[in-house]
Design a protein around this ligand. Structure first.
Ligand code: SF4
Length: 388
């Protein structure tokens, strides 16, 4: 069983903090749908036995494409691969890019989970980070989504934004939680080099809250989300029970997924090997290869068992449930704690492990706050030692 990710790399305009693979929509969008349909057919020939349990249209802003194009792409996936009857089929959407009719069309075509990018509820903050919509426009999109029949809705929020204090962030959480979504993603702003926001911060034209204030904001936000019934299940993701994002769980469980579209990444078993591959990030290069009948691959790496084990650790420790030791043993033939004994013991001294369930390797909330340093210790484990 695999997840399928479809990347739609177009937006109305770039947000000031964004370094994702997306561009303001241009004339290439007209060719993109048929390129995706062709890539789906080529992928089918490559992976004839794949069965699909989740589909995720992400971006960019998928809903910037006409709904009929999005439905046609989903139809092409269904034609090429058996899609489970209860598959989770998600689509990301930005306010103002789609109305009731379009959302209804998506819902009727089988999309059953919507993820709306909001980020903040205060219009001055939205403007400062270059979002193209207001909070009121978000409310209109949310209400249209409900009317169109979407009951499983995620809302994205951010903290650490320029001009944002803890009160604004907590107010945003309370306001969106009151609308009744099933899932809230709560990300910290990452200042990425090369973005307009980065340049403004470096030049002193913009100021971010200091890191301690951001950490306090994050902690207070987590507490509030849990009080409001949204349980943390991953570093930045909170859900009502039973509404965890099944597609993203595929990534965190290090299961196979197929990425389609420019810049999409995949992790699949191909010709007997576990491989990671990515598509061309340049849209013209992607279109050119596809239009010549070729898969648009930019990179293909065969991963060995040792690398897969580390990836399973790196991804699995993001989850509150942690890593299922038996599942790890069944897949790799060794126990995760014994394999990484040195890193485990070192981090045990700091109280980073939650020992409440011996069947799992899982971090405490404090350990999750130090995930990067924990993973650095796990990364020290050398292939040569493993082979001894
Ligand atoms: S809407 Fe999302 S993908 Fe598009 S520019 Fe903004 S942050 Fe980037």
């Amino acid at each position: 069983m695999i997840g399928v990710y479809v990347h739609i790399p177009y937006c109305v305009k770039k947000c000031r903090y964004c370094d994702f693979c997306s561009i303001p929509i241009d004339e290439t969008a007209g060719r993109y749908r048929s390129a995706l349909e062709q890539e789906i057919a080529l992928s089918r020939a490559k992976f004839p036995d794949a069965r699909v349990k989740t589909v995720f249209f992400g971006g960019g802003t998928p809903t910037i494409l006409p709904p009929e194009d999005l439905c046609a792409i989903l139809d092409a996936i269904r034609t090429a691969f058996p899609v489970e009857p209860d598959a989770e089929i998600s689509i990301e959407c930005n306010p103002k890019t789609i109305g009731f009719e379009g959302l209804k069309r998506l819902r009727d075509a089988g999309f059953n989970r919507l993820s709306i990018g909001l980020q903040a509820t205060q219009n001055d903050l939205l403007k400062r980070i270059g979002r193209v919509h207001s909070f009121e426009e978000f409310l209109a999109t949310y209400s249209a989504a409900r009317d169109a029949g979407f009951t499983n809705i995620n809302i994205d929020l951010m903290h650490g934004l320029p001009g944002q204090g803890q009160a604004e962030y907590l107010d945003a959480i309370r306001t969106v939680a009151a609308l009744g979504p099933t899932h809230i993603s709560a990300y910290s702003l990452i200042l990425e080099e090369g973005t307009p926001l980065y340049d403004d911060v470096i030049a002193g034209r913009e100021t971010l809250p200091d890191p301690d204030a951001v950490a306090d904001m994050e902690d207070a936000g987590m507490d509030l989300l849990e009080q409001l019934g949204f349980m943390r299940y991953e570093v930045s993701n909170f859900a009502k029970p039973g509404f965890e994002c099944r597609h993203n769980l595929i990534y965190w469980h290090n299961e196979p997924y197929l990425g389609l579209g420019a810049a999409a990444h995949s992790s699949m078993i191909e010709d007997g090997f576990w491989v990671r591959f990515s598509n061309d990030a340049s849209i013209p290069a992607y279109l050119k290869k596809i239009e010549k009948g070729k898969l648009p691959r930019a990179e293909r790496i065969i991963t060995n068992t040792f690398e897969q084990m580390f990836e399973s650790v790196m991804l699995g420790l993001r989850l509150v449930e942690g890593i299922d030791r038996k599942a790890f043993f069944d897949r790799f033939g060794c126990d995760v704690i014994e394999t990484y004994r040195e890193a485990y013991d070192k981090n045990d001294r700091f109280g980073f492990w939650d020992r409440s369930d011996p069947a799992c390797l899982r971090l405490t909330p404090l350990g999750m706050d130090h995930l990067d340093s924990v993973l650095r210790d796990f990364r020290q484990r050398k292939l040569i030692d493993f082979l001894r």
